[in-house]
Design a protein. Structure first.
Length: 158
């Protein structure tokens, strides 16, 4: 038992980063980037304007990369989470999120597209949007992004 404790202590000494008491810890968390900006990306969603109840339809979300800079994108398997809300603002869909990570190398103006299929059971007016969540690593600096596409209105009739 004592040997295990000694091994753990030794490992922590060799593996832990060194800290110089005369030097203050850096306040840079690596979450900021001076050159990557929200204007570097645009999220948009496309939906039909009119639907019939119970009929499957497709929602297409796109993330446009508006810069020529090379960078690495890290996200879940899907970049977008899709939201369908009734006229009262209540979300009516549930959307499964897979936490498996995906890394993409972006080398210029690109478009990342995803499609979501759904059926609305009740007539009414609904707002449909998509939220993109991802991280960008550019030159060793990482920044979190969460951007929602402008919601689109769809009318569902019987």
């Amino acid at each position: 038992m004592k040997i295990i404790i000694v091994v753990i202590i030794l490992l922590s000494l060799f593996v832990a980063p060194s800290f110089n008491p005369g030097q203050l810890p850096s306040t840079n968390t690596g979450m900021e980037s001076k050159k990557t900006d929200m204007k570097d990306f645009t999220a948009r969603v496309t939906v039909p304007k009119k639907l019939k109840t119970g009929k499957a339809f497709a929602v297409k979300a796109e993330l446009l990369v508006n810069t020529e800079q090379k960078m690495t994108m890290m996200s879940r398997e899907n970049v977008f989470v899709f939201l369908i809300k009734d006229r009262n603002g209540k979300q009516i869909n549930s959307f499964g999120v897979h936490d498996a990570g995906k890394v993409r190398t972006l080398s210029g103006k690109e478009t990342i597209s995803e499609v979501y299929h759904y059926k609305i059971k009740e007539p009414g007016v609904y707002m449909i949007s998509a939220v993109a969540e991802f991280k960008i690593n550019k030159d060793g600096s990482i920044k979190d992004y969460k951007m929602e596409a402008d919601p689109q209105t769809v009318e569902v009739t019987e």
